[in-house]
Design a protein. Structure first.
Length: 264
């Protein structure tokens, strides 16, 4: 039985008012209205790019129980003319764990003209858990013409997809000429794959980082603490507490994040 609020939101999706449609999509996600998926799938054909983007994002949240329908529908958005639509579609495919999307997302990683979309592709490949994507991710990681954020996401995803057998190759990459942000991601990837000493290197890099790099490394550390159960960063990096405390003093806006890592 659909309640009145849900019925109103579904009716708004059928309206010709793009503003009502986008607001309805956000509210349907917030209310976890999974029965709205068929209606949302229709909206990915909207002539309005904001509606298409929001519909793709909504399917990422609500479409996991109807993957066989939602996955192919999202694939059609990978050729959309708007970069935000393509980006949202790529991320949604990862959210619903649609593994048939691996090959087209690999293609996007190497060929899409938008760095935003390529970054989404690099990140999503790590979530889709197909180790075959590592080769494509390595190409992006080592591409000196590639956007730095894309290379960072590629390094992170390699860590998620790889095995300890990949550690020597990642060490060679770490010793090559790479931006510090990419090296930080490689340290996090190597730590996750079993090179416990690399967390100390990452913390040392944090100790000497400027504001931008410090912010980036805190995100890496937060991600690692959320993956580990229980987190072992403090045990593996004895200087972690001292360095995070110093970061909190040097960069007050990062204090909460630094303290959150310490609290794990």
């Amino acid at each position: 039985m659909i309640d009145n609020m849900t019925k109103t939101l579904l009716d708004d999706c059928d309206s010709d008012n793009y503003s009502l449609q986008t607001k309805a999509l956000l509210k349907l996600v917030d209310a976890e209205v999974y029965e709205a998926v068929p209606k949302i799938v229709q909206l990915i054909k909207s002539p309005n790019s904001s509606v298409r983007a929001d519909a793709a994002a909504a399917l990422g949240y609500l479409g996991s129980e109807e993957v066989e329908t939602v996955g192919p529908a999202l694939i059609t958005l990978l050729d959309d003319e708007e970069e935000l639509v393509r980006s949202e579609a790529v991320e949604a495919l990862g959210d619903i764990d649609y593994t048939p999307a691996v090959v087209p997302i690999e293609y996007i990683l190497r060929n899409d003209p938008s760095a935003l979309v390529r970054a989404s592709a690099a990140e999503t490949l790590g979530y889709l858990e197909e180790a075959s994507a590592i080769e494509t991710l390595e190409i992006s990681l080592l591409d000196t013409n590639e956007d730095e954020a894309v290379r960072c996401y590629a390094a992170n995803s390699i860590g998620l997809l790889g095995t300890p057998q990949l550690l020597p190759k990642l060490e060679n990459y770490l010793n090559s000429e790479l931006p510090l942000s990419v090296k930080a991601e490689l340290m996090g990837a190597r730590y996750w794959l079993g090179a416990k000493e690399d967390i100390g290197k990452l913390v040392s890099l944090l100790d000497n980082a400027d504001e931008d790099l410090a912010s980036h490394i805190l995100i890496i550390l937060t991600d690692l603490t959320e993956r580990e159960e229980p987190p072992a960063l403090a045990k593996d990096a004895p200087d972690l507490e001292k360095v995070l405390s110093a970061i909190a003093l040097s960069f007050p806006l990062m204090r909460h994040q630094a303290e959150s890592i310490l609290a794990q």
